[in-house]
Design a protein around this ligand. Sequence first.
Ligand code: HEC
Length: 482
Amino acid sequence: MAATTRRFPCHLLTLSLLGIVTLGLPTVAGAQKSIIVQTNAAGDNVHLIDPVSNTIVGEISGIEVNHGAAAAPDGSRFYVSNEVDHTLDAVDARTLDITHKVPLSGRPNNVAIRGDGRRVYVAIVSSPGAVDVIDTVSMERVKRIATAGGVHNTFMTPDSKYVVAGSIAGRNLTVIDAESEVALWTLFFNAGVRPMSFETHPDGSTKRIFVQLSNFHGFAVVNFDERREELNRIELPEIPEVERHTEFLQGSPSHGQGVAPDGKTLWLCSKVNSHVYAYSLPDLKYLGGVHVGSHPDWLTFSPDSKYVYVANAGSNSTSVVNVETLKEVVQIPVGQVPKRVITAVVPEATVAGWKTATATSRASTSREALDYEFFREQVEPIFVHKREGRARCVVCHATRTRFRLQASPPEGATWTAEQSRRNFETARRMVVPGDPLGSRLLQLPLAEEAGGNSFHPGGKHWTSQTDPEWQTIASWIRGSRD
Ligand code: HEC
C-alpha cells in the first residue's frame, strides 16, 4: 500500500492537498488529488474518501466481496479483485463503471500494480497458488507465476523492481523480478505470511521487509538485499485481557501495516487490541499506540505522511489518525467489513464528476408460520437475497465456514428439496429454539447497537430487530420451540 503512494512524486501531492494548482509541472495534465480507496470485504461496493474533508466523495458499486484494490498511476482507472466472480475488475475512474472483467486462474486476494501502470499482479489464494499477471493495455492475463502455496497478498517494492508474494498455507514469501516476471527467491517462516511493508535505502532500493505472521501479535524483520533472512521479531504491546478481542481474528491478531511515504514511521494494526501502533525508522523504536475501531485490518497514509487511514473491519468505518499527535481525528462510516485501503491519485476533474450514490433500503414481507416449510419458503430466500451494499450470505457460507449452506442455486432457480433439508439442518445448529436473541443466526448479522454481537466477518445485514428479514427468522425460531 505504501508502494502505491510512493510511486507518485510526493511534493506534488502535498501541493495539491494544500489546494495549490500544480500547473506547469511536467507529466501532469491538470491538478491532481489524492483519494483514499476503501474496499468493503463483505460489501458489493468500494468507497472513495477525500482526505481533505474526510468525507465519501464517490462510490464504486457492483463488486461483491471485493478484496484488493490498486489505482492506475495516471488516475484513469481502479483495479479491484472480485472474490465471487474470480476476476480482476477494471473501473473507469471518471464514470466509476466497471469496464473490464479479466478472468483469473483461481480465487483472488490482494493486488499490486507496477509503477509504470502496465501490469497488475493478482494474488491467487486457491491451491496450488500463483501470481496472475494482467496486462493493463490488452486487459488480459498474460502470465501465471507458480508459487509454493496459495498467495494472500502481493506487493510491489517501492522501486517497482520486485513483486513480493506472501503465502499463508505455504508459510513463505516469494520475490519475483518485475521485468522478467520470474520468481527469484523464496523465504520460509514457521507461520503463514500475512501483510508486509517495505523500508528503502536512500536510493529507493529495498532494505528491509516487515512481515506479519499467522497467530503472531507483532512482526518479523527481514533483511531484503544482502542476507535474505529473518533478523528478529518484535511483539506489539499488550493491553488488559478484558479489553482484548479474541473472536474472529481469522488467524491474524496483527493484520495490516505500512511505512509512511516519508519513510520515518512504520504503523501496524492490532485486531486483538483495536489499536494501531507506530515505530520509528530505521531504529524501530516504539512511539505509541492509538485506539481505533474494532478489528483494524489494513492501513494507508495521506501522501504528506501526516495522517494514517485505518480500515476498521468490525466497526464498518475508516479511522483517521494524526501521526504527530497520535490521536484519532474522526471515524468515517463506510460499507460492510472494510479491509484493504489504499491511497490513489486522480485528476481533480475526475473527482468533481463523481456523485455519491445514495442507499435505498429494500424490504420484504414476513408472515407467521412454522418449521421446515416456513424455513423453505421464508427463511432460505434470505440467504440468497441481495441486500444493497452487502454481499449475499450464500456467497460466503457455501464454502469455508461452519454455517455451511448448500451451493447457491442458479439464477432464478431455488434449492432442491434435499438441499433445503441440509440447509435446514445447518441453520438449526445456529439457533436456540424459542430464543431469537440468543441465536447466532440472528446475532451475527445484526448491528451491535441493535443488540447484535460485536463482529461478524460477513458484515452487518440488519440495522434493527424490526428489519423484516430479522423478524421472519425470529418468528421461525420462536415457532420451533415445540
Ligand atoms: C463476506 C462473507 C460473509 C457473508 C456475506 C456472510 N457471512 Fe456469516 N460469517 C462469515 C465468516 C467468515 C464467519 C466466521 C466463520 C467461521 O468461523 O465459521 C461467519 C459466521 C457466521 C455465523 C456463525 C457461524 C458459527 O460457527 O458460529 C453465522 C450464523 C452467520 N455467519 C450467518 C450469516 C448470515 C445469516 C448472513 C447473511 C445475512 C451472513 N452470515 C453473511 C462470512 C460471511
